[in-house]
Design a protein around this ligand. Structure first.
Ligand code: R5P
Length: 283
């Protein structure tokens, strides 16, 4: 049985359809005081797979509620987008390692379970789970979508060193050249980039990254590449967090199109990770 949390209903439905498993009916509400309420209305079967991304604190509470309901059953946990994964280190004294704290909150429910995320920002986060935990790679799915597009003399770019592996995986699959930009982050919303080496003049460019949040990283990269004469610039990202005016920033910078997956269900989520998750569950 598949249980879809409120932030992953479409993805849970797609996974259930691929596996031919029942999709539980759940009710999600908010009490007048703002507290989250949920109820699984279907009779629970064993084993269960919970699929719930956690882009917000509320989504994390719903995940805890779902795990509580499923206590005593064999649970596979899938958190396609694991929020706070960028808080994976203690950067300054007095800071928490929030990603570790969140994994610790889930661990009491995960005895004998297994957990999956998709392209978690910092792979080290998976080591904080007490059960076997794996980050699945959606890059090949994004690459297949890129392959179906009519690109001209294309090059794959990573906006920073952190996404280089992802960009290389995509470039190898597509048999395209690959490079990265030097990124410096000045604040939560401000980044700058130094020029890179590959000549993009007149070429289509696909920038790969694990996530687009404020859009600051990608908007800066698009503007830089356009300035260097790139023809069309496409973005391929696993997690379309897209906070605030991110989409406006990307289009103002001159993006041709944004391609993302349904780890977060947005208008740009045209690539589904359902097959990836279904494969992992049935392994
Ligand atoms: C950073 O290392 C990540 O891979 C992304 O590049 C970054 O988190 C995107 O954030 P934003 O869209 O706010 O620049």
């Amino acid at each position: 049985m598949i249980i879809g949390g409120p932030s992953s209903q479409l993805l849970a439905g797609r996974v259930a359809a691929i596996l031919g498993q029942e999709l539980a009916l759940c009710d999600y509400k908010v009490f007048p005081d703002g507290e989250a309420y949920m109820q699984v209305l279907s009779e629970l079967e064993d084993p269960v797979t919970i699929i719930q991304s956690t882009p917000t604190d509320r989504d994390f509470v719903h995940l805890l509620q779902l795990l509580d309901v499923c206590q005593g059953r064999r649970v596979t946990l899938v958190v396609p987008y694991f929020g706070y994964a960028r808080q994976d280190k203690i950067f300054k004294p007095g800071e928490p390692m929030t990603a570790r704290a969140l994994a610790a909150a889930l661990n009491p429910f995960l005895e004998g379970s297994r957990a999956f995320a998709v392209n978690i920002h910092a792979p080290s986060v998976m080591s904080h789970f007490s059960c076997p935990a794996e980050s699945l790679d959606a890059t090949p799915l994004l690459a297949e979508q890129i392959r179906s597009m009519d690109l001209n003399d294309a090059v794959v770019i990573s906006p920073d060193k952190g996404a280089v592996n992802m960009a290389r995986t995509a470039a190898d699959r597509l048999d395209l050249p690959c490079d990265y930009l030097q990124k410096t982050r000045h604040s939560g919303t401000e980044v700058s980039m130094a020029p890179k080496e590959v000549d993009v003049k007149g070429r289509d460019v696909v920038i790969f990254d694990d996530m687009i949040a404020t859009g600051g990283t990608m908007a800066t990269a698009i503007a830089l590449l356009r300035k260097q004469g790139a023809a069309r610039v496409y973005l391929a990202a696993v997690h379309p967090v897209l906070t605030g005016s991110a989409v406006l920033k990307l289009y103002r910078a001159g993006v041709e199109a944004v391609i993302a997956t349904d780890t977060l269900e947005k208008a740009v989520s045209t690539v589904s990770v359902a097959s990836l998750i279904a494969g992992a569950i049935s392994r």
